[in-house]
Design a protein around this ligand. Sequence first.
Ligand code: GLN
Ligand code: ZN
Length: 767
Amino acid sequence: MTISPFPTGTILGYPRIGPRRELKRAVEAFWAGKTTAEQLEATAAGLRAATRDRLAALGLGKTDSSIPESFSYYDQMLDAAVTVGAVPSRFADLVDGDGALDLADVFTLARGEGDRAPLEMTKWFDSNYHYLVPEIGPDTAFHLASERLVREVEEARADGFTTRPVIVGPVTFLLLSKAAESAPEGFRPLSKLEELLPVYAELLQKLAAAGAEWVQLDEPALVSESVPAARGEVLAAAQTAYEALGGERPLGILVAAPYGSLDDALPVLEAAPIDAIALDLVKGAVPTAPATDKVLVGGVIDGHNIWRGDLAAAFDKLEALRLVSPNVAVGTSTSLFHTPHTVADEPGLPAQLKSWLAFADEKVAQVAVLARGLRDGRAAIQSELDAASAALEDRRHAPGVRDGAVRERAAKLDESAFHRSPYPVREAAQEAALHLPALTTTTIGSFPQTGEIRAARARFAKGEIDQAAYEGFLEQEIRDVVELQERIGLDVLVHGEPERNDMVQYFAENLDGFAVTQNGWVQSYGSRATRPSILWGDVSRPAPITVRWSTFTQSLTDKPVKGMLTGPVTILAWSFVRDDQPLGETANQVALALRDEISDLQAAGIGIIQVDEPALRELLPLKTRDQAAYLDWSVKSFRLATSGVKDATQIHTHLCYSEFGVVLDAIDGLDADVTSIESARSKMEVVPELERSHFGRGIGPGVYDIHSPRVPSVDEVTELLDIALASIPERQVWVNPDCGLKTRGYAETVASLENMLAATRAERAKL
Ligand code: GLN
Ligand code: ZN
């Protein structure tokens, strides 16, 4: 079988949600029963057609397999599970006679139904995207259960395109799956590799029969050291998989390895009977060996950020890659689904900033330019390279990108800026200042973001109500929340965060150095998208941000009010961050702005301040060798933000998870006086770990799950508190829910908090 030539330029994937989140609207309308499956499918087909046309207009070839077929209604891991028939047994009754699921049932796997829990969701490599975790057991019977990808290839063919279907590769699929609940202890999904491969082989046959000339198998697990298998096993699995699939391949196989360098997996792939390998040359260096005749797709255009970047340097990398293989193509480092659609749809951004940016469409155009350079020589694209270099130069010197005062302040920092007094000293001072009862009760910050709050914010944004009216509304919200907390009997009160649309964007809007987009949506999971802010310049705080809300709240009550800020690491993790200096430097700038905010809060009489860092673990690098440096700068930035306070001021932090693993020492290193974590769903699994590590400061292991509207009974809360108190000294234990309450309604919030307080009172009586 002869394999068609690989195109000189391609992208690993494209945003699926539509330029104005059309897919979200269509999917949610279908869920709400307002449209039929046929209508949803028609909308999706329309989006795919528009994407093909767009990509061709931007310079990808219509018939040379350069356009990826990377659509998904919900998630690519779910798609892979559905394709190979990996449906957990609790959903078995949804499967039709021919072994398939219809579209509504696919969504049921994603979203659950009644007491059938959905597939678990977890973070996709080092991104903010969350995928659904397939469940595999010894008796999962793999078979080709969905031919949606084949139909999409046919659909494109009918439209005059030869696209390149994309699916998660078998090794990554199994490594990212978890053992089904019914599986025996120690069972590992990877053990099913040989059973899975024939299904992929059959799929490749059908894709080829439908007219595909290339297929892309995404294998990011090959670059990660955070997968549940020893490296040797991962390499052996890759070898087994690609020897099997490549053996009698009916079309060209591209194995894509986004999010990092392949390292020792590269020679394994080069030895396998496949045709092309996509390398992430943004995260990883250009390999210098071994020489190969396989197509190497140099992922030199960053799929994971929004910068136009250094196009000439990108082309240099491709030229260097040509020393390793005569067959070099240009690609993106990852799929472009981490970027918004187009800069052209951002009328509100300053023109100068826009000239430095490239969203998905602009990156496709960059790929097309570099592909032309590969074909016709550097001189043919010199003017485009020069234009990008000029924009980069302009960015380097633009006002705001470098702010002398910010830099001088950061340069002058010495060790003392990162340290507080020893904890026992602080503990005594805080006890004297705050007089908190044993098992202090509090919440994580937000109260329900009601429809009225969102409506008021929207009306303010549209100019329908003025600032005074909006702020009056927020104050009334705060009054209600304070009154409610007092009535329930909480000890440390919060203001409820009604002024925040989002815990990062709110700060971005109030700090210099950030810009906010209008349509820059990026899928975070399923139908959900976020609109990350752009951190483009040196960060500083022109004026206090939260002080007025916290002091207003404190004026309403004699109970202590907890100030509420988002930490530097989380602000970075959930924004698009400048790529022209180390992240640690940027984090310290954000930290200094927060440090000023904290000192203003303290001066205004706020004695407890929480700095949320739910994303601390999220940014953890995939390679073990990079983790220590990350943990060092991230912990330092938190400490820089929080160590400017008096001993008596109590610093809290909140983390949205409890499997601490490699970050346990880092969490200890944050040196917060009180750390609240999620732990209800795992029934306090974290407690023994905390005990072993002698975590000596305050800890608030969440006593109920806020992710569902279910109200926990007093007994349930008591049971969890008993577990915590059995291992952690009572003077360290705080009582709080797992996370903020913003996604909940008031009815369940009040009932749950009342039960939490009842359980606490009963526990206190036993002390
Ligand atoms: N303070 C935030 C809230 O309560 C924390 C949210 C989070 O951890 N993601 O909503
Ligand atoms: Zn949380």
